[in-house]
Design a protein around this ligand. Structure first.
Ligand code: GLU
Length: 295
């Protein structure tokens, strides 16, 4: 049975790029007579707002999508919105904590005192000193994401601390040089190298919540998702997530990465493109016409 998902983050109004990705997810679930899950990825308390969560559901329904499980489908006979609820990430804390425990027990994560600004500063200082960024395990990935440098790694804790992560960031210690392969259903074969394309990445945030990478793997596994449809901007994240599926002994789903929608200058859409907010476009043209412009 195909199980797909739509997983928006309520940090602003959805734009037509989201509509394209989510329509593809919906279509793939419906064509295979599978199920579609709606998951509200509301973990970032500073950026997420409940009015955007409500707007995303409203706008996608108006666009013509529907789903079989989700936070808006709660009723007395379906108290969690479906068999794998809750479907708001902010209500799934215990699942994430359990995954943190599992990774801790496996001895693959370590607490990291460095902030993003510290890491950037370290890389800049090294560059000024040596004329180049520390290689091969530090540097700048093409998408300008900072690769966490080996020199800033902390040891893996050997003694069991408290049974929770505490107020600190945790990173996954990678096996440098390891290649991650996957066959993308839309983009074809992909390969990324740990330590070059990405560094030790964040697992847990000091605000008490998991990183995006951990939360999404825990939820996709718990919700029995068989195919993840998402934007191409997340290809690198998928490589990181495959490592987590393995470490958590979870089944790796299939992946389908959609092309991104760009504006007239070739810039990929972001929530700041207010004129391309799905709700604004829906006031001018019909869902069918929107789809015709997107595909
Ligand atoms: N919530 C993420 C976003 O809106 C996407 C999650 C995913 O597809 O893995 O960018």
């Amino acid at each position: 049975m195909y199980r797909g998902r739509i997983a928006p983050s309520p940090t602003g109004y959805l734009h037509t790029g989201h509509a394209r990705t989510f329509y593809t997810a919906w279509q793939r679930a419906r064509q295979t007579k599978g199920q579609l899950v709606y998951r509200n990825e509301d973990l970032d308390a500073l950026r997420c707002r409940s009015e955007f969560a409500a707007a995303a559901i409203h706008d996608l329904r108006q666009f013509g999508l529907d789903w079989d499980e989700g936070p808006d489908l709660i009723n007395p006979s379906n108290p969690a919105g479906g068999p794998y609820g809750p479907y708001n990430q902010s209500e799934r804390g215990p699942y994430y904590l359990q995954a943190w425990q599992q990774l801790f027990e496996r001895g693959v994560i370590y607490p990291c005192p460095w902030s993003r600004a510290d890491i950037r500063k370290y890389l800049e200082t090294q560059e000024a000193k040596n004329g180049q960024r520390p290689m091969p395990n530090g540097g700048q990935h093409a998408d300008s994401e900072t690769v966490f440098p080996a020199a800033l790694r902390s040891p893996i804790p050997t003694e069991r601390p408290a049974s929770n992560p505490g107020n600190t960031n945790w990173r996954l210690r990678l096996e440098y040089g390891r290649q991650i392969y996957f066959q993308d259903q839309q983009q074809g074969p992909q390969v990324f190298t740990a330590g070059i394309d990405f560094g030790d990445f964040l697992i847990w945030r000091k605000d008490g919540w998991p990183s995006y990478e951990l939360a999404v793997v825990v939820d996709d596994a718990a919700m029995q998702i068989t195919e993840v449809v998402r934007g191409m901007d997340l290809l690198l994240s998928t490589a990181r997530q495959i490592i987590l599926y393995e470490l958590l002994h979870a089944e790796i789903p299939a992946f389908y990465h959609c092309e991104l929608v760009t504006d007239q200058n070739g810039q990929r859409l972001a929530k700041r493109h207010a004129s391309l907010a799905l709700r604004n476009v829906l006031q001018q043209i019909s869902p069918v016409e929107i789809r015709a412009t997107l595909f």
